[in-house]
Design a binder for this molecule. Sequence first.
Ligand code: ACO
Length: 310
Amino acid sequence: ETAEQHAAFEARIARGDKIEPGDWMPAEYRRQLIRMISQHAHSEVVGMLPEGEWISSAPSLRRKLILMAKVQDEAGHGQYLYHAAETLGVDRRELVDALLAGRAKYSSIFNYPTRNWADVGMIGWLVDGAAIRNQTMLAGCSYGPYSRAMVRICSEETFHHKQGKEMIVAYARGSSEQRVMAQDALNRWWWPSVMMLGPHDADSPNSGALSKWGVKLKSNDAVRQEFLNEHVPELLEAGLSIPDPDLHRNEAGDWTHGPIDWSEFWAIIRGERGLGRERLATRQAAHDDGAWVRAAMLTYSERQRAQAAD
Ligand code: ACO
């Protein structure tokens, strides 16, 4: 890698060019993107599990159809993102192996259990709400395949967010049992949602390179601030209380949270707390069950190739 190559690359980023798969890029830019896109893909795939558990217990046909569509969307997002990672020269099998062996990270949020039906709504409202804030920013990122995948994914996430909000607002206005269920879900999902946007900027080792190269256009704390400013007033308007005694609006009008328990965040990521082991065991079982599909597809593609060669 020469200084000229780096300078030309950085000039392209400064002009707002999209970097495409065959283009020259610094090895560190490629490494960072593979890391981030693959973690994102794994998050979409593991993200099917907490909500998927509730499909057979949905309280109405309408809610069941919405939830099935949502979980299928997450599978599709995982597919786009694995493809986007593959454009950087990595093999999907390596990525999946790293996930199943516990070597790869995926979002902390999916290691929390879903204990009642309102958790499904709260995930849509808060978790997808946080994800949209982060991913709308990534839709503007410098790597073409990732930014284009984000455009499609964000429009589907918007539907997920709306259905979650609609569900929780209905329960918050509903019977006393429904109100208790919605509040209980908020009590458990609030802090994990605030944390999922990543460590504070001062503790975010990857942010420097990612912002220099136009991948992250906003910092972790800036995205978290947007998430708070959007969701705090809406949750309060729904009549729910947010489990943070220090939450307040500062002079600039921004909602400010109390101290975050980062020890819980890292313990969840390392699998020392939460459902990390169960999630990976479930993915491993699904992977094993799908072996015949992969074998059939491989045989089919080999036959097609042999026929084309005849
Ligand atoms: N869960 C698990 N790991 C996390 C989380 C989280 N919520 N937040 C940060 N980390 C990890 C980072 O991946 C990084 O690990 P690594 O260096 O071992 O790879 C480490 O903590 C330090 O964090 P940062 O330096 O801040 O990492 P980064 O700059 O990559 O920022 C962020 C983290 C904001 C999550 C970024 O990677 C990103 O935007 N990713 C794409 C979006 C995404 O993955 N969303 C997943 C959830 S949304 C959904 O699936 C519905």
